[in-house]
Design a protein around this ligand. Structure first.
Ligand SMILES: [Zn+2]
Length: 123
């Protein structure tokens, strides 16, 4: 198994924590918006219900996506703690630094990510 040094791994920790912070704030705001949408529609005269529920669905699907990024980022923080950050969780090769700069929470190298998206990855 290839690994980054502890020092190399820890360089990504502030980046990951920053993502978590940003996502935390955003998630909170979105949850509020979703809840407020429900309160508003129950008190409205009904003219705008279709539009509102459409917006709410979009907010919920965004929330789901951000929730996935949140979970992936939390997992990445845990990998720094475990000393495994930067290693592909499937083939155990190093994830290229350029990929980590763009997607610091990625747990697979490009090849394994593609396989997992195609459903061809066996873990
Ligand atoms: Zn891989």
């Amino acid at each position: 198994m290839n690994k980054l040094t502890k020092t190399q791994q820890k360089k990504y920790l502030p980046v990951l924590l920053d993502i978590l912070k940003q996502l935390g704030v955003k998630l909170e705001r979105m949850e509020d918006a979703v809840l407020l949408g429900e309160v508003d529609s129950s008190g409205s005269d009904g003219d705008d219900i279709g539009g509102q529920s459409y917006t709410r669905d979009m907010q919920l699907s965004l929330l789901e996506n951000e929730d996935e990024i949140l979970k992936a980022t939390q997992a990445a923080v845990k990998r720094v703690e475990d000393g495994l950050f930067g290693t592909c969780m499937a083939c155990k090769e190093l994830i290229p630094p350029r990929r980590l700069e763009v997607l610091p929470y990625s747990s697979y190298c490009v090849g394994c990510q593609e396989k997992s998206e195609n459903g061809n990855l066996e873990l």
